[in-house]
Write a protein that binds this ligand. Structure first.
Ligand SMILES: O=P(O)(O)OC[C@H]1O[C@](O)(CO)[C@@H](O)[C@@H]1O
Length: 789
């Protein structure tokens, strides 16, 4: 029926479900949200819809005239409304099941109330045929229109012509109101002036409350954009990848044999543009992808609106919707103010002053100006924290040890197991130790208990509470709780709720890093991360390193059945890197609920594990090479070592392994090759032996080769993985920035704790399950025994 060619032009951030009926030439402006089952039918001339409109379920917008139907911005079309207007301005509301005929031009700020029909006929009644013409083809709809239209007209006072203008008259419509165009039918064309409220009895709105209404409209749009994101599996590229993963079996041996440029095609080089020493080469050519799979993965990222979601994060929007928070760890390292959108978020302006606080304190500790209660300079720091308040600083202090002040010991106590604290205290001197209590919430049981123990230990020696101020500092968003603990105001380093625990090493939580490697180096790390932030924020998807890593992993995770992902740094200083990203990835993406509250129909975050090469080679690589599981791996290594001992021989041996393992994994060894290499007749006859030496190959890897593990490079590498994790979360439609999954265990532990000093009868009364009760009772029965050895 459409006489125009089908063509759809869509602006950015438009939400357009698959089952919207779109015909003819339709243009939809930025940020407009269209609900499922809406119809936009440019049957004759085109339809242009402006920005930030909301078009709800079962709305029909039709243009039967050859002239364009131009609809302005910020309009709300509620469920079942049927619009054939001549033109529509801005900020109008078409309530549920309202109707507008093609002889009516709507101005701006107009409301057509629920069930009302705005037609050009004034008080004139319609024949059934006329209404059919005006309100659509569907008979039932037309009949409903007749009733509604008639009711509206009856209630219209005779003064209807005061606001409904007769054909040819000048309307009061403001900008965007559109001029009255001669209608194709005999009915007159009218223009509703701005602020009309068409309720059947026509009135003029005072315009009061307009700002409120605009704000509500904006909130409504935000909500819809979140709630209406389709599941990733409903995106067209998802189905295509599903099919490609079954039909395009990539064999790396053949892929490389066929294409001598494969390395060039599938490798990217990242160099810092302010710190040129940051150089990271990503080779992803040894992955099970071909041109079509790769192109479809990139389309998936587009369809899932990765760029829009990324921009929303950098802009300070509340992308952590379940907690109503912005996600702005990138603001902590934006020292040159590259990302302006963040500035509207409360606390962002405190980042720089807080860094100065970190600088002053860390320098005072390092240069001996900060002394303990007896005047001794500080020799040890003990960071007391857990999860993000421990793993990040601990990992970085290990990774950047070459830059550390070697006469200062750094301890990291996290576990509630008293052993952890006891072993740290054993080697600390109360007169020269600073305890850094690191807890975003300052309520975490492990941290507060460990901190209390440390304070008791300290006071046993120092005797006087006033000395606590010289030896305890707090890093927290909870100033009140830290004060109650006894921390002096000047010893508090704050951060903000928009810094997630596992993204907090860039904030005050990094104080121990600044003390260990010096503030200048700490800042260098922040700036290195910012280099990667700028790359992630502005580089096209197919060149964007975090996006590439995210898409590659997602392909194995969702289409090839991989359950885990190994991070394998060939740098001893990075021996805690995989531990750190175990929290970074698994706490971020271990979720089954999407942002719209639906349960996912696909796998989300993988299990992350790994350890420093070559130790891993002698532990678990056997399974990666010859086991039955698909384990994609990231191999990381520095070109330059920090310790070129024996003339760099150690490093060359290390790197030879770094290069060899991905090669062995990718290309394996065939039975034929094994036979060729075997010289003994006896061995050749031993088929079990021969087959045991076969490597299937085709095991995927990424190789990440960086220049040197400097603070800047480490910052960039951490940010690279952070953004890889965010990219995957954006595609899966989950909130990567909350962590409700850690709560239940904590709550139950609090209930169980009193039972461990009670008796068996109390355990029964508490009604835990049989297994838990049995275990607790076994503990109680044996708790007072003393083992002799
Ligand atoms: O810094 P806090 O509030 O003590 O929390 C520590 C850790 O606990 C968690 O909330 C849950 O494990 C992490 O996200 C966080 O890093």
């Amino acid at each position: 029926m459409s006489s125009t060619k089908d063509r759809l032009d869509v602006g950015s951030k438009v939400t357009l479900p698959q089952d919207v009926d779109i015909r003819g030439h339709v243009t939809i402006g930025t940020g407009t949200v269209v609900h499922p089952k809406a119809a936009i039918l440019a049957l004759s001339g085109p339809i242009t819809i402006g920005a930030s409109c909301i078009i709800e379920e079962n709305v029909t917008i039709i243009n039967r005239s050859p002239s364009p139907l131009v609809i302005g911005s910020h309009n709300l079309f509620e469920v079942g409304s049927h619009i054939e207007a001549r033109s529509i301005g801005d900020h109008n509301t078409f309530e549920v099941k309202s109707r507008v005929s093609s002889q009516v031009a709507i101005g701006s700020f107009t409301t057509i109330s629920a069930g009302c029909a705005a037609t050009a006929a004034g008080t004139r009644g319609y024949t059934q045929e006329e209404l059919g013409d005006l309100l659509g083809d569907d008979d039932e709809e037309a009949e409903a229109g007749l009733k509604v239209g008639a009711r509206a007209m009856k209630r219209t006072p005779s003064g209807a012509t005061e606001t409904i203008l007769e054909e040819g008259e000048e309307g009061e419509a403001g900008e965007g109101g559109g001029e009255a165009v001669t209608a194709p039918s005999a009915a007159p064309v009218v223009t509703l002036p701005d602020y009309t409220v068409f309720t059947g009895s026509v009135g003029v709105w005072s315009g009061q409350g307009r700002l409120q209404e605009e704000a509500l409209h904006a909130k409504h749009l935000d909500y819809l954009r979140q709630a209406m994101s389709p599941l990733a599996s409903q995106l067209p590229s998802w189905s295509k990848l599903d099919q490609l993963s079954k039909s395009n079996k990539v064999v790396l041996r053949d892929a490389f044999a066929k294409d001598s440029k494969r390395f060039d095609t599938y490798s990217r080089h990242f160099q810092g543009d302010r710190n040129k020493d940051i150089s990271v080469l990503l080779d992803f050519s040894k992955n099970l992808i071909d041109e079509e799979i790769w192109a479809t993965l990139l389309s998936l990222a587009k369809e899932a609106k990765v760029e829009e979601q990324r921009d929303a994060m950098f802009n300070g929007e509340q992308v952590n919707a379940s907690e109503g928070r912005s996600v702005l760890h990138v603001a902590l390292r934006d020292l040159d103010d590259d990302f302006k959108g963040k500035d509207k978020v409360e606390g962002v302006d405190e980042v720089i002053p807080e860094l100065k606080h970190i600088r002053d304190f860390s320098e005072a500790v390092r240069n001996g100006q900060w002394t303990g209660y007896t005047g001794k300079p500080i020799k040890s720091i003990v960071n007391i924290g857990i999860g993000g308040s421990d793993l990040g600083p601990a990992m970085v202090c290990e990774a950047l040890k070459p830059y550390a002040k070697r006469d200062l010991d750094a301890h990291f106590v996290s576990n509630i197991d008293g052993t952890h604290m006891a072993e740290a205290l054993r080697v600390c001197d109360p007169e020269s130790t600073v305890f850094i209590v690191a807890s975003k919430t300052f309520t975490t049981q492990e941290t507060i208990t460990n901190a209390t123990t440390a304070r008791d230990w300290f006071l046993e020696h120092a005797k006087d509470k006033k000395h606590v101020a010289k030896h305890f500092v707090a890093l927290s968003t909870n100033v009140k709780a830290a004060t109650e603990f006894g921390i002096a105001k000047e010893n508090m380093f704050k951060f903000w709720d928009w810094v997630g625990g596992r993204y907090s090493l860039w904030s005050a939580i990094g104080l121990s890093i600044a003390i260990v490697i010096g503030y200048e180096r700490f800042e260098e790390m922040l700036r290195g991360a910012n280099e990667m932030d700028r790359h992630y924020a502005s580089t096209p998807l197919d060149q964007n390193i975090p996006v590439i890593l995210g898409l590659i992993n997602l392909y194995y995770n969702n289409f090839l059945g991989a359950q885990t992902h190994a991070i394998l740094p060939y740098d001893q200083y990075m021996h805690r890197f995989a531990d750190y990203f175990q929290q970074g990835d698994m706490e971020s993406n271990g979720k089954f609920i999407t942002k719209s509250g639906e349960r996912v129909q696909y796998q989300t975050g993988p299990i992350i594990w790994g350890q420093a090469g070559t130790n891993g080679q002698h532990a678990f690589y056997q399974l990666i090479h010859q086991g039955t599981k698909l384990i994609p791996c990231d191999f990381l290594a520095p070109i330059e070592t920090q310790n070129p001992i024996r003339g760099g021989e150690h490093h060359r041996i290390l790197l030879s392994n770094y290069f060899a393992q991905p090669e062995a994994l990718a290309f394996g060894k065939t039975e034929e090759q094994v036979r060729e290499e075997t010289t003994s007749k006896e061995d050749l006859d031993n088929s079990f032996l021969i087959k045991s030496k076969v490597f299937d190959g085709n095991k995927p890897t990424n190789s990440i080769l960086f220049q040197k593990l400097t603070p800047g490079t480490l910052g960039a590498l951490i940010a690279m993985y952070e953004h890889k994790i965010a990219t995957e979360g954006f595609i899966w439609g989950i909130n990567s920035f909350d962590q409700f999954g850690v709560e239940l265990g904590k709550v139950l532990a609090k209930k169980i704790l009193p039972l461990l000093s009670a008796d068996a009868a109390k355990v029964d009364a508490e009604k835990h399950d049989g297994s838990t009760s049995g275990l607790i009772k076994h503990y109680l029965a044996n708790a007072n025994k003393k083992t002799s050895s």
